[in-house]
Design a protein around this ligand. Structure first.
Ligand SMILES: Cc1ncc(COP(=O)(O)O)c(C=O)c1O
Length: 413
């Protein structure tokens, strides 16, 4: 199957999207925030390369498909509206985020110092909070959560006030990093990432954006967002293979940012005692990788672009809003999503029912949902006094009938 990446189409042809998604014949998949069902073009791209590896050898297959591998950077650059030299391919969003975080932490001449402040969001993902705590222990930085506004999203006014405190005789240090999650793992919230980016840029503060749940779900433009670094994964709303992800590094940083882990592909050993880093963001890559998965990631990006990210967002958000409305009508069900604008991640609880038991019961009926636990978004869940939530995350290829099936199954619980 060929991919027509050139022409965005709207609205979504749901029949075609489902026909091109073999998994829809087996499950009603509402776990796109976990890992989405792969479309046929992605399956084909991965299988073709793996077969080639088996036939002619791994290095030889990489050489033959070199152009395809290079094209992955162009595809992601289109997706984010950035330059291909600003992209590094890695294994996961966490790998991307950690690379950026650790590089900022140890920036030559500007790394974290005792008393520096990291400002983050209440909805921050736990895999990011743990490195914050490590950095606090190792370097003496403090980690501060930006309060949320009355809708539950990160308050830009509160951020402004916290930045204004810095170095103004109130004993607060420099803000060394703003690191927030755009769309959290545990609900429909969409944080005002672009407004936060404007604050960061105005004050010259490095800005690291976790866009793991964002890419493939809504349009992303790194210029609008104003972020210096953006981390993302392939397997969620982008519908790429597992074990893929990428890091965006704004060009301005490439003259000074050095990966914490640097190998002989990210840098050249030009003399026995001297190395030179690559000029582009690919210095953040390590030599060995799953080439088939990376080619599959490129196919997934092209496939998403061929539908158009606006069309994808509109349909996925629409299905999620229907699901929220229908769930809220059920006795004992509480929808838990925050924010002024709500995305395609729906979370809810049912009085007297354990979320894990609901997930299991739905799974038995061929309906995939997941459970968001407090440990994955500790700041937010503790602040709201929540433990586990049922999470249902539709995508554009889900049908209205599947939404009704899910609602009926929850009612029958
Ligand atoms: C908001 C957010 N950030 C980061 C991650 C981590 O992504 P990965 O598992 O690809 O490292 C997740 C995964 O669920 C997530 O939801």
């Amino acid at each position: 199957m060929s991919i027509d990446a050139a022409r965005p189409r709207a609205p979504i042809d749901v029949m075609r999207a489902r026909a091109e998604t073999p998994g829809t014949r087996h499950v009603a998949h509402f776990n796109n925030a976990g890992a989405a069902l792969l479309p046929q073009p992605v399956l084909d791209a991965v299988a073709e390369h793996q077969e080639l590896e088996a036939r002619i050898g791994g290095y030889e297959a990489e050489a033959r498909n070199g152009a395809k591998l290079e094209a992955v950077y162009d595809s992601i650059a289109r997706l984010l509206s950035c330059d291909r030299t600003e992209i590094a391919l890695v294994e996961s969003a966490t790998a991307a985020w950690d690379m950026a975080f650790n590089a900022v932490a140890s920036l030559p001449g500007g790394g974290f110092r005792p008393g520096d402040r990291i400002l983050t969001a209440r909805a921050e993902y736990s895999a990011n909070i743990i490195p914050f705590l490590q950095a606090a222990r190792r370097t003496g930085v403090t980690v501060e959560v930006i309060p949320s506004d009355e809708t539950g999203q990160t308050s830009v006014d509160a951020l402004e006030a916290m930045v204004a405190e810095s170095g103004q005789g109130r004993g607060t240090g420099r803000v060394a990093l703003i690191a927030i999650t755009h769309i959290p793992t545990n609900g429909g919230l969409v944080n005002p990432a672009a407004a936060i980016g404007r604050v960061a840029r105005r004050h010259g503060i490095p800005y690291l954006l976790d866009a793991c749940q964002t890419v493939g779900q809504i349009p992303v433009d790194v210029e609008d967002l104003g972020c210096d670094f953006l981390s993302a994964t392939g397997r969620k709303f982008l519908r790429g293979p597992r074990g893929t992800g990428f890091l965006y590094v704004r060009k301005d940083w490439l003259d000074r940012i050095e990966p914490h882990t640097l190998d002989h592909s990210g840098a050249a050993l030009v003399a026995a005692d001297r190395y030179e880093m690559r000029p582009d963001a690919r210095r953040f890559e390590l030599w060995e990788c799953n080439v088939a998965a990376r080619i599959g990631l490129g196919a997934a990006v092209d496939y998403a672009l061929s539908w158009g990210l606006e069309a994808i967002r509109d349909r996925a958000f629409g299905l999620a809003e229907t699901l929220r409305r229908r769930l809220a009508e059920l006795p004992g069900v509480t929808v838990r999503d925050l924010g002024a604008e709500r995305c395609a991640i729906v979370t809810f609880t049912v009085d007297g029912r354990e979320p894990r038991a609901i997930k299991e019961a739905l799974g038995g009926q061929g309906i995939n949902v997941s459970v968001s636990s407090a440990a994955s978004t500790r700041f937010d869940m503790d602040a709201r006094g929540l433990t586990d939530l049922v999470r249902a995350s539709p995508h554009y290829y889900n049908s209205e009938e599947e939404v009704e099936r899910l609602v009926t199954a929850v009612r029958g619980e």
